[in-house]
Design a protein around this ligand. Structure first.
Ligand code: PMP
Length: 321
């Protein structure tokens, strides 16, 4: 039996068209994905609105899930519309007002070899209540640590896909950052520029301009990142997309992470541990406080996902029809 201690209010998950009680396992330990990381997944959030819970940018998330599945050469047993319906159904079944939603496609049980010839692709959807990803301190700003491990380069694998196996790097880097007394890791890319966090993008503010990078810097272009850039432009802020150097990061007036899990989380300090063997240097971002543009964008994002801004209601999918 499995407790749901770290998955608050999760009651049932959806697997291949039926609901399973949360404590009940359905996968064989010799399933392909468990051994080789052969899964693709999404992280999606639903928020309470005046019209009941709504999922933020569900269509874009399922497009990315399908794209990732294509990169992993999966034959997906459901259409995009069926997956969207299954997610809404799972939200209703668990009766959650806000949730983190995790669809996972994985090569299941069949054969032991690397090529999953006889391992069918299965779909799982789980929902639970997940608060601030980096803890309550996230509001005041977190401490970032640049790890010595570089982000996998976009010439090595298609980094637009969320491939389960790639996240072992994120886990190791997240653990490294915490070992060093910080809250979250940041990767450089092979060019030596700042890439992103283990599960989130990085945005900077310098002289009023909101800056981030793109896929040419070996990052996953997050749906949150893209939404924030749009919101910033609509608020009349200047934005710029291009490589971010370490100097840009250390000299930024403001910095924040963006992503479905972290939403917007300010970064107030960064430790450069990127050069193994050299002493790590600590830099304060701006004056070490959460900056005003970060606050403005975070508030606008919070309103957007809760259906309080009419122009972005198109980004919401209501759970109840
Ligand atoms: N980068 C990585 C590596 C991620 O895993 C995520 C989370 N999906 C992001 C960035 C942020 O993407 P999104 O805003 O779409 O959640």
């Amino acid at each position: 039996m499995f407790e749901n201690t770290h998955f608050p209010n999760a009651k049932k998950y959806w697997h291949m068209g039926r609901f399973v009680e949360w404590p009940t396992p359905i996968t064989h330990p010799l399933s392909h994905a468990l051994h080789y990381g052969t899964s693709v997944f999404e992280g999606i959030r639903a928020y309470p609105t005046d019209k009941g819970p709504a999922v933020f940018r569900l269509s874009e998330h399922i497009d990315r899930l399908m794209y990732s599945a294509g990169v992993a050469k999966m034959t997906v047993p459901y259409t995009k519309d069926q997956i969207i319906e299954a997610i809404k159904l799972t939200m209703r079944e668990n009766a959650l007002q806000s949730a983190y939603i995790r669809p996972l496609l994985y090569y299941s049980y069949g054969n032991p070899g690397l090529v999953p010839k006889f391992s069918p692709v299965e779909l799982l959807i789980a929902v639970w209540e997940w608060g601030a990803y980096l803890g309550e301190k996230a509001d005041k700003g977190v401490l970032a640590y640049i790890v010595p491990w570089r982000r996998i380069h976009h010439s090595q694998i298609d980094m637009r896909a969320k491939l389960g196996g790639l996240y072992v790097l994120s886990t190791i880097s997240g653990l490294t950052a915490r070992e060093k007394g910080c809250d979250e890791a940041v990767f450089l890319n092979l060019e030596g520029n700042v890439a992103e966090g283990p599960g989130e993008n990085l945005l900077l503010v310098k002289k009023g301009v909101v800056k981030t990078n793109d896929r040419s810097e070996s990052i996953l272009e997050g749906i949150t990142r893209t939404s924030i850039l749009q919101i910033a432009q609509d608020l009349g802020l200047k934005t710029s997309v291009g490589p971010i150097t370490k100097k840009d990061f250390f000299g930024a007036d403001e910095a924040f992470f963006s992503g479905t899990a972290v939403e917007t989380t300010p970064v107030v300090q960064v430790t450069d541990g990127s050069e193994a063997g050299k002493e790590a240097k600590v830099y304060t971002i701006g004056d070490g406080q959460v900056g005003s543009i970060t606050k403005q964008l975070s508030a606008a994002f919070r309103d957007t996902v809760r259906g309080k801004t009419a122009r972005y209601e198109k980004w919401l999918t209501y759970v109840r029809d």
